[in-house]
Design a binder for this molecule. Structure first.
Ligand SMILES: [Zn+2]
Length: 256
């Protein structure tokens, strides 16, 4: 089945009790998945989980931006050379009230990782929460030198979608696009052309409406894909194939 979860966190402790069974369940439905790191330990865990049909992205989330020093950057550089690492991130900005990392520290950590992505010729996985203006200013500086990226768990306006497309980036939707109150997000989603669209779970978070309230698992990507296919007026198979092809192109994964 051509379906890819482009972004999940299955190294999370919420999966400690049944990780192997959960992965087996997920890979019955998915072609492959990308496990995303948030800091050094979760990036190392993501790489440790890679193997058959499991890839990793390594990076430092804005929540942990204050941990990024020269030594950690070297550790990321080293990790990123592992065979199954396909991207850097998640990285970005988070200005939501629960994030108490000062903006300048977030920006420094973000720019350091964008520099590393340019140096290593790896695509980037971008986190953005209530920080679109500053995020655009920063990525504008790098877009010409980056080999692609994705706005993960997209939240924003149709204008922001257009800005992401202008960088050559992909736009990825998680289960929250299926929530009844997410009409504004769906208006933005309609602006994403099928050849730039990705689907993800962000598991264990953001279970789609069909399984809302449950622990989210990578195979729940299917619910989001079915929902978006319906919204775009295309078949599930067409959407699953297109988003899998896009993920393969962005992350340079060849499953053949
Ligand atoms: Zn994430």
């Amino acid at each position: 089945m051509p379906l890819v979860d482009s972004h999940c966190h299955i190294q999370d402790a919420k999966f400690d009790e049944d990780r192997e069974e959960m992965i087996a369940r997920s890979l019955e439905i998915l072609d492959w998945m990308v496990v995303i790191g948030d800091d050094l330990p979760t990036s190392q865990q993501a790489v440790a989980l890679t193997g058959d049909r499991i890839y990793a992205s390594v990076g430092v989330h804005p929540y942990y931006a204050d941990t990024l020093d020269a030594e950690l950057l070297d550790a990321l550089r080293f990790l990123a050379q592992s065979e199954h690492v396909v991207a850097l991130g998640e990285m970005g900005l988070d200005y939501f009230k629960h994030c108490d990392i000062p903006k300048d520290i977030q920006e420094n950590a973000f720019r350091a990782q964008l520099d590393l992505a340019c140096e290593m010729n790896l695509p980037v996985v971008i986190h953005n929460r209530e920080s679109t203006k500053d995020l655009c200013t920063i990525i504008d500086d790098y877009a010409d030198n980056l080999c692609g990226g994705v706005l993960h768990c997209f939240a924003g306006s149709p204008e922001f979608v257009k800005h992401c497309l202008s960088w050559g980036f992909h736009v990825s939707f998680a289960g929250n696009v299926t929530f009844p109150k997410a009409e504004e997000l769906r208006i933005a989603a309609r602006e994403v052309p099928l050849d730039r669209l990705l689907v993800e779970t962000d598991a264990p978070y953001l279970a789609p409406q069909a399984v809302r309230g449950k622990r989210c698992e990578p195979h729940h990507t299917k619910h989001t894909a079915e929902f978006l296919a319906d919204m775009y007026g295309i078949s599930y198979e067409e959407l699953a194939q297109a988003t899998a092809d896009n993920a393969a192109r962005l992350y340079r994964v060849n499953q053949d």
